[in-house]
Design a protein around this ligand. Structure first.
Ligand code: ZN
Length: 199
């Protein structure tokens, strides 16, 4: 990837900004926003949040770990003077202050938010690890996504195709679909003892 030339980035940003009237009007990013309403920029082969790209271009590097608080509360805004680099906790705290909470309560709520986000990310990490462990166990007995199998030793049995491997209750489970009808079902990998792997 080549380092973008400052002039080019300037032109890229300018062409996608809709300046609102007034001395302190927002600079709205005109491309389709993401689910949280933040502008999305595609620059130098990468996807960026437009306000972070604009801020680092026009103001300078964003401190490590800092979030840019939209003081105007408009997520699609990329105007540097409306963006304030703060810690995640302060950003959450300000959100509650703007909703009319007292400073003490805003701090409490921000800490609760932070704990919730930490738990969510820990759970996502654990889920990913469990899924990956389940896939390893399945692979060790010759099963992966796409494997075709019968669930009984009868040669006449329905042929199923593995479409997903997940972890449930500490063991690997397979999501399978019938090749004939497309019907979807789930089975324990442990029940493969009576199943026949075809390919
Ligand atoms: Zn703004």
């Amino acid at each position: 990837m080549t380092t973008p030339q400052a002039g080019n980035l300037d032109a890229y940003l300018e062409a996608r900004i809709d300046r609102q009237p007034g001395d302190d009007g927002c600079w709205l990013w005109t491309l389709k926003p993401d689910r949280e309403g933040y502008g999305v920029a595609n620059w130098a082969g990468r996807t960026h949040r437009a306000h972070r790209l604009a801020y680092s271009h026009w103001v300078g590097p964003i401190p490590d770990g800092a979030e840019l608080d939209h003081t105007c509360e408009i997520h699609a805004c990329v105007r540097p003077s409306h963006l304030d680099p703060v810690t995640g906790l302060v950003n959450l705290e300000r959100k509650h202050l703007r909703r009319g909470e007292t400073p003490e309560r805003a701090r409490e709520l921000a800490l609760l938010d932070q704990q919730m986000y930490a738990r969510q990310s820990e759970k996502r990490r654990a889920d990913t690890a469990a899924r990956s462990a389940a896939a390893d166990v399945a692979q060790s007995v010759g099963v992966r996504v796409g494997t075709r199998l019968r669930r009984s030793t009868s040669k006449a049995g329905v042929i199923w195709r593995v479409v997903a491997i997940t972890a449930y209750g500490g063991e690997p489970w397979l999501t399978v679909t019938s090749e004939r009808t497309g019907y979807e079902d789930r089975m324990r990998l442990g029940d493969l003892a009576v199943a026949t792997i075809i390919t």
